[in-house]
Write a protein that binds this ligand. Sequence first.
Ligand SMILES: [Zn+2]
Length: 283
Amino acid sequence: MPELPEVETVKRQLEKRIVGKRISSIKILSKKQFLGNFQKTIGQQIDRLWRRAKILAINVGRLTLLVHLKMTGQIIYLSKNRKPISVGHPLPFSPNQLPNKTTRVIIELEDGSRLFFNDLRKFGWIKLLDGDKIEKELSGLGPEPLEKDFSLDYFSKKLANTRRMIKIVLMDQAVVAGIGNIYASEILFEAGINPARQANSLSNREVANLYRAIKKILLQAIDYGGTSAADQAYIRPDASPGRYQNKLRVYQREGKECFGCFGKVKRIKQANRSTFFCSSCQQ
Ligand SMILES: [Zn+2]
């Protein structure tokens, strides 16, 4: 599932290509995945893109399109007359052909370029909202981990107040926004903390290490354009995969040698999701 670094990558690639252009048509192929009256966007100019947690926002006139990619969503941009390029991905995520059977929404811009919202599993959505509805829609989210309001003091207090397992807390969007299953595992490995530890059992020093690891890993992953993991669901708007999968140290490396010791990476289930870790490097 795309997390903060993947959505940030999509935002950065896309804004260079679509800001300043007007929407000329929207085709909705999967009705349940588009909420709102799309007609209101026709002829409106795309002014700005931004991201909150794992949600991409596109300001269109006085309206905003919120896009959540959920498990398997992709946004691919094709300029006019350009044929989709093959990047060697296996079906059903292949962008070799657009639209394809996973295409749910097509947004056409005035210069003939198109955005394809593909989503194999159909959990993703696009919502068209008026300015004043945005705040309410995003109200349950905690601070952005790379912004100032996510302070060490704030984070320490949140952890001290819960006995939940630390990995579950890292993925709680109300505590800190944008971290999912991939980066929770990677961050805990970086910090040397066992994912099953109770959050309130962490020492001040461990909390500080974890806090630093969150920022370090997320920034690195953005630098590398996000993670195209084993399912290949995530690709960038130019249809190329991210590169952080080559940097992963525990995620999807069960049974492989640990990068920190001679042990092997283990996999456990926490809240029905796989967690990858090293039981000797992470105490
Ligand atoms: Zn190890």
